[in-house]
Design a protein around this ligand. Structure first.
Ligand code: FAD
Length: 463
């Protein structure tokens, strides 16, 4: 079999890339290893109930009239009609440090500015200068890693404020321990604080179904449960792929969205060995459900809470299974326009050590016991900030970096992939490029924009 365009990976970057190609040529084939699409942003069923993985909130909210906003540009590039989707905005989110200092933010950036002027008056003018800098800064110019933390410390001269600003941006978009690239900082600052967060009204399954229906309408082709085992190449040209089933599909253009080293391994090439100070980051996520009638005291007006309880905020690979000193609490039901349900969902996310979990996973019983223990410990941490709910939990489920590795084939189950990004998508081949997490745009909108921009840059000019 031969196709002109082949995309490996049916996560959001692969789907967006395939839709973008299909707009110009329907002879595109998207290959996904699993029986479901979505990758990190997917869903599963327990007791006939659908649970989402990944989706806390989508960043980059913009109203329909803001034509130049990344969200609307993305919809236009994919030819998706905004009127066919209902977006529910967040109520309000918060960064809470040591249980006392907090910064609230919403989709109205004025709130965040006012919070900073009130709580960090000495840094207020410096913060305005940071905004002036960001207005002029182009984060899309390809540059080597530049520490956002150093830059901010220099600019704001307040380590607590710097850590509080960075905490949500790191949790939602940094593949680097205790830092992030200045360009990535600028992108995430705009995405989270200046534009804000939302979610589609339905489930992630509805959103994925909507994308796939659109892709099919454009004439695109899709094969699920169809893992790529090897990429056939000659010199610096990709010839095609060999599937796990042994079938060979040849192609003219190949786009991989599965990660840089993951792609290198399909090419039979050695991945770069990460240095000790450049580790991949793992996370554990737990979903709790409590009956709404027992949850009246839990926040209704907060969508996401980012917290840190330690003297020093640490965003790094922990030595233990999980680092509970900081984390993210998400209330997926707390978005404007969503009707209350019978069950209230609460999610927690913390940094986790892949190697510890991997070693433990060899012993299924111990792995289960440890998962239960961290789920309990996490709920206790959450209770300090949101009120009690542990005794009312009727369903809970945790996933570890090992779960993420199993379901997405991401090395070490690292959601944000390789700390070193391949910003130009160039893998040293004339017709094989990289999009998605390891290209450098992270999160749902980021990964979709990555798929679109790599197609625009490398594939459309050759059509
Ligand atoms: C717990 C959690 C919470 C998150 N919260 C948010 C959030 O609130 N907001 C937000 O914006 N983002 C969030 N994210 C991040 C977001 O989900 C990801 O950044 C984004 O989905 C990455 O998409 P991707 O297409 O680059 O990669 P992936 O989703 O990893 O897609 C890659 C796909 O390739 C497939 N694949 C791998 N190997 C092969 C192969 N050999 N052959 C064929 N297919 C293959 C995989 O199965 C997968 O489907 C979260 C992620 C997680 C896990």
């Amino acid at each position: 079999m031969r196709v002109p365009f082949l995309v490996i990976g049916g996560g959001l970057s692969g789907l967006a890339a395939a839709i973008r190609v299909a707009r110009f040529n329907p002879n595109v084939l998207l290959l996904e290893k699993h029986s479901r699409l979505g990758g990190l942003n997917s869903y599963f069923y327990r007791n006939k109930t659908l649970y989402e993985t990944g989706l806390h909130a989508i960043t980059n909210y913009a109203g329909p009239k803001d034509k130049r906003a990344p969200l609307n540009r993305l919809l236009r590039q994919l030819k998706l009609r905004r009127s066919e989707l209902t977006f529910c905005e967040q109520h309000q989110s918060e960064v809470v440090f040591r249980g006392c200092t907090s910064l609230k933010f919403s989709n109205d950036f004025d709130l965040f500015q006012t919070e900073i002027s009130n709580k960090f008056p000495q840094a207020s003018e410096k913060f305005q200068r940071l905004l002036d800098f960001l207005r002029e800064f182009d984060p899309f110019i390809l540059t080597p890693f530049n520490s956002a933390k150093k830059f901010l410390l220099n600019c704001l001269e307040d380590p607590l404020l710097v850590d509080m600003i960075l905490c949500p941006l790191m949790y939602y978009g940094s593949s680097h321990e205790n830092d992030m690239d200045l360009s990535q900082f600028a992108i995430m600052f705009q995405a989270i604080y200046q534009e804000g967060m939302f979610r589609p009204r339905g489930t992630i399954k509805d959103f994925l179904d909507f994308l796939v229906a659109h892709y099919f309408l454009l004439g695109g082709n899709l094969r699920k449960s169809c893992g790529v085992e090897r990429i056939i190449h000659h010199k610096n040209k990709a010839i095609g792929v060999v599937l796990v089933s042994g079938e060979v599909i040849e192609c003219d253009h190949l786009l991989s969205t599965i990660g840089r080293d993951e792609t290198m391994s399909l090419l039979g090439k050695e991945p770069n060995t990460p240095s000790a100070d450049c580790q991949r980051l793992g996370f554990v996520e737990t979903i709790y459900q409590v009956p709404e009638k027992t949850a009246a005291h839990l926040p209704r007006d907060k969508t996401i809470i980012f917290y840190n309880d330690a003297d020093q905020f640490s965003y790094k690979n922990p030595d233990d299974y999980v680092d509970f000193s900081s984390g993210v609490i998400c209330f997926p039901g707390n978005f404007k326009g969503l009707e209350p349900k019978d069950l209230r969902e609460i999610r927690s996310t913390h940094l986790a050590n892949f190697n510890q979990w991997k070693a433990l996973s060899l012993d299924t019983e111990q792995y289960k016991i440890q998962k239960k223990a961290i789920s309990h410990r996490s709920s206790q941490c959450l209770e300090k900030l949101i009120g009690s709910f542990t005794s009312n939990i009727i369903y809970e489920n945790s996933f570890t970096p090992v779960t993420i590795e199993r379901y997405t084939s991401k090395i070490e189950g690292a959601i944000y992939g390789n700390p070193t990004k391949t910003k130009d998508g160039d893998l040293g081949f004339t017709n094989l490029f990289l999009a998605g997490t390891d290209q450098g745009f992270l999160g749902i909108i980021g990964s979709m924009l990555s798929g679109v921009s790599i197609v625009n840059q490398h594939i459309l000019p050759k059509l």
